[in-house]
Design a protein. Structure first.
Lengths: 391, 482
């Protein structure tokens, strides 16, 4: 009797709290929404997956009526498919399952029809809704969110191109920049084509060194590749290689050159223990996975999440962008800050057609391109950089 | 064929002191555990757990160096922190290996299975403790301030002397651990071949029963061998997190502890051979990094180290067979055995095998170009070049094959063998010198000078490897009946 009274009191309390923070009334009396986040890797990568977890943590912090269960499948790709299948089959544990990356799209798509009363969010890749081989019943319970990494990387490219012609300490006269990808896969190449195009916008004679590390967890190799790039006269290197790329920052610091981080604001993380090294990470191309997942769950609770569809979040939607922290503000010359703002606005307004490697994104207003296009073969862009350049 | 500017940069990168310096850097974390694998292997108790041991040492080093700042204060901590980290890392490395020793030698567990368990333990325990200490499961960046082992600066005036300055740029500013690794090669050699304990150790590995029968304490020697392998792997691990990099990341050794298991075999079970085998791995690793920025399919450079491994293993297997044959002949022919002749034949046969193996590379590159012509600036440029590379490679294989299959032919048809060996070497050296000269001011004369020098060098190498001996009329002496 006392127990039930305490219970009802607690319930009442919970109700009033949740009402206060404005959770939609429909879910307030219900059981909490059970969310399973499946990570095909491990947390602690200081970028991509940590960002997804941050989005979940934010839901909890802001008092949403949800429970989060994060499953880490480990770094061995052989375990990813079975791990996801197990997580999906555990139907008592979740209402909404979130999983990301290009590698997992197919594994998810071919199973979702088995769980018609469950919901799924796919991030950083879209399931192939039209292909019955993958989406047997059209994947109508899957919402896909992808990021216009090519837009964000375009900004990073403009930034790198501007840095390599600036008079910052340690910059040589050659207009050479670098990019290190984890693997030669479409998502990474979508970063690279945008990056190259952006640099060409600033320097018509720009040269972009591109290299794939062939793995995501060998920082020593990342460092060695970066050292070779700096030696080939690159001034700034964009790391798109997860845990491998962390080694790039040490190389930049040792050589007195610069680096661009990826996915999360990597300078802020490193500044905690190594402020000198962080000074060489001028900015990071952020994929705001956290915001996108937070937004998706928020829409889901309101019953407004468009299942059976894929969304692409670009600069305008806050899906991607450069990290504008203190290091960025302090180290970047004034003219480059202005340039980045102007280019950002131009992309926002759709004045610049940006490269992509995804054929199905051409209809969104991107230009189909391949990695390694020299500046002379880049598409014409209606944007005048000359008014920003110094001298 | 490619953007000439980029090719020029890449070539300059390869033929530079900086490239040789990077080979040393890349080799160090392979060499140290390789020596550990060598010692344990020679004692007959191969330590499969090197990877896990390296991880534990790498992590321990970071933790202790970071905490020494708290324990000893900022200034003292900075001074002794790296060494505290090194010491504790190595101690933990030895403890890991002793754990394996206890399981195998005391409790008779299978050493391979125990070694695998040790690897899993190393990988998981480091992550678990890292999470406990920092709340992070990825790496220690942002949480622990790892310190760095010092770099060795050579005296500056060496950089001003011509020729010496080239070597100065290779060895200057290398981590102290790189120096330790190469000094360790000599120490391990001295230990195994000059010290009684080392000789006992090798005897235990060759035949434990025989060693026991002459009073060698087999188990004690094996404990020692495993402890030493843990010590060397520990040094390698500490180098990863406190020399090469300055943080610990989960599974950051990325298979170096496994590559280390292969190098002693490539090196013929000898410390110097192991050192050279590690350098071969380091060379191809570093090379794959240098050519990776060329606009060719990324898979091609990435497979270089693995191709090199296969190649080395094939040559090693062929040579072991040949060595066994020569041994049989030696015991059969007794005093009539022509040692000088067989030495020349063996050396020249390695040359033929090496030439054929390099040509296999050429075939693969050619297939790659046919399969993905877009990676090589389009079919109209890729196909002709691929045809030439493929044809020359095929020709070199066909020419060298007879001398690989039946090595006596090298001695029986000296002129033909000489022509094949020198022609093959000339092709490779000519290309190499041509590319080397291309990076200098002699760019226009590169082709003529390069291939000219290539021919001279090819002939010289052939003569030095035993061609001179065969050419001056030495035929295999008929065996004297015993």
């Amino acid at each position: 009797m006392t127990r039930s009274r305490i219970l009802s009191l607690a319930l009442l309390l919970a109700l009033s709290i949740t009402t206060l923070v404005g959770i939609p009334a429909a879910t307030a009396q219900d059981e909490p929404l059970r969310i399973t986040l499946v990570v095909n890797g491990v947390l602690g990568d200081k970028s991509f997956f940590d960002s997804a977890q941050r989005g979940m943590d934010r839901l909890i912090d802001e008092g949403y009526n949800v429970t989060i269960n994060t499953l880490e499948l480990g770094i061995d790709p052989a375990n990813w498919e079975s791990g996801l299948a197990d997580a999906m089959a555990d139907t008592d544990a979740y209402d909404l399952l979130i999983v990301g990356t290009f590698q997992m799209g197919e594994f998810l798509a071919k199973r979702v029809h088995l769980y018609p009363d469950k919901y799924f969010i796919m991030y950083d890749d879209a399931v192939r809704y039209d292909d019955p081989e993958f989406c047997v019943e059209g994947c109508t319970n899957v919402y896909s969110v992808t990021y216009a990494q090519n837009e964000g990387s375009f900004l990073a490219g403009v930034y790198a191109g501007a840095i390599t012609r600036s008079d910052l300490e340690g910059i040589n006269p050659e207009h050479i920049i670098g990019a290190i990808g984890g693997q030669d896969i479409p998502v990474i190449n979508d970063f690279i084509v945008g990056y190259e195009q952006g640099a060409c916008l600033v320097n018509p004679d720009n040269q972009t060194l591109i290299q794939y590390a062939g793995g995501w967890n060998d920082p020593a190799k990342g460092k060695e590749i970066a050292l070779a790039m700096y030696e080939q006269k690159a001034d700034i290197v964009f790391q798109i290689a997860g845990g491998t790329g962390v080694g790039v920052f040490e190389a930049a610091y040792e050589q007195g050159k610069y680096a661009i981080g990826v996915d999360s604001d990597q300078a802020l993380i490193i500044a905690e223990t190594d402020p000198d090294q962080a000074q060489h990470i001028l900015t990071s191309m952020m994929k705001n996975v956290d915001n996108s997942l937070y937004r998706a769950v928020d829409l889901f609770l309101a019953g407004e999440l468009p299942f059976g569809e894929a969304e692409v979040l670009g600069i305008a939607e806050g899906g991607v962008g450069l990290a504008e922290n203190d290091i960025y503000e302090d180290n970047t010359p004034e003219w480059i800050l202005d340039l980045i703002d102007a280019v950002s606005d131009a992309v926002d307004e759709g004045a610049i057609t940006i490269n992509t490697v995804f054929e199905d994104r051409v209809e969104l207003g991107y230009n189909l391109a391949t990695v390694g296009l020299p500046c002379s073969e880049q598409p014409e862009v209606d944007f005048d950089v000359s008014e920003f350049l110094p001298e | 064929m490619f953007d000439t500017n980029l090719v020029q940069n890449v070539l300059e990168g390869i033929f530079s002191a900086a490239f040789l310096a990077s080979i040393l850097r890349v080799t160090t974390p392979i060499l140290l555990p390789s020596l550990g694998a060598l010692i344990s292997d020679r004692a007959g108790v191969i330590n499969i757990g090197l990877e896990g041991t390296m991880l534990v040492s790498a992590f321990t080093g970071v933790v202790f160096s970071a905490y020494s700042l708290d324990w000893f204060g900022e200034s003292t901590g900075r001074l002794i922190g790296p060494w505290v980290g090194l010491l504790m890392g190595v101690v933990l490395g030895v403890l890991m290996a002793l754990l394996l020793a206890v399981f195998h030698l005391r409790f008779r567990a299978n050493i391979i299975l125990s070694g695998i368990a040790l690897n899993i333990l190393g990988s998981a325990a480091t992550v678990a403790i890292m999470f406990e200490l920092t709340g992070d499961r990825g790496n220690t960046q942002g949480n622990l301030r790892s310190m760095r082992m010092p770099f060795i600066q050579l005296p500056d005036f060496l950089g001003d002397i011509p020729v010496v300055s080239f070597f100065f740029r290779i060895f200057d500013n290398q981590s102290v651990m790189t120096w330790i690794a190469f000094i360790a090669v000599i120490l391990v050699w001295y230990f195994l071949y000059r010290m009684p304990t080392g000789i006992h150790l090798r005897a235990v590995g060759e035949n434990p029963e025989a060693a026991a029968s002459v009073g060698i304490r087999v188990t004690r020697i094996r404990y020692l061998a495993l402890a030493l392998s843990g010590l060397l792997a520990g040094l390698g691990g500490v180098h990863m997190s406190m020399g090469y990099l300055t943080f610990f990341q989960r599974d950051m050794t990325s298979g170096r502890g496994f590559i280390a298991l292969a190098t002693p075999y490539l090196g013929g079970g000898h410390p110097v051979g192991t050192g050279l085998a590690s350098l071969v791995f380091g060379f191809f690793d570093a090379l794959s990094i240098r050519v990776g920025s060329l606009e060719i399919p990324s898979q091609l450079p990435q497979m270089l180290p693995y191709m090199a491994t296969v190649m080395a293993l094939v040559i090693y297997a062929l040579q072991s067979q040949l060595a066994a044959r020569v041994r049989t002949l030696r015991s059969a022919e007794g005093a009539g055995f022509d040692a000088a002749f067989w030495k020349a034949i063996r050396q020249l046969s390695v040359l033929h095998m090496f030439m054929a193996m390099l040509a296999v590379f050429g075939i693969i590159i050619s297939i790659g170009m046919f399969a993905a012509p877009d990676g090589f600036k389009g079919p109209e440029r890729a196909y002709p070049l691929a045809t030439i590379i493929g044809a020359i490679s095929l020709l070199l294989i066909v020419l060298n094959l007879p001398f690989m299959l039946k090595v006596e032919r090298i001695g029986a048809h000296v002129a033909r063998a000489a022509a094949v060996a020198i022609l093959s070497l000339w092709v490779y050296l000519g290309i190499l010198f041509d590319l080397m000269l291309y990076t200098t001011t002699l760019k226009d004369l590169a082709l003529i000078l390069g291939f000219g020098a290539g021919l001279v060098a090819a002939a010289a190498i052939w003569l030095a490897l035993g061609g001179y001996y065969l050419l001056t009329g030495h035929r295999r002496r008929a065996p004297v009946p015993a």
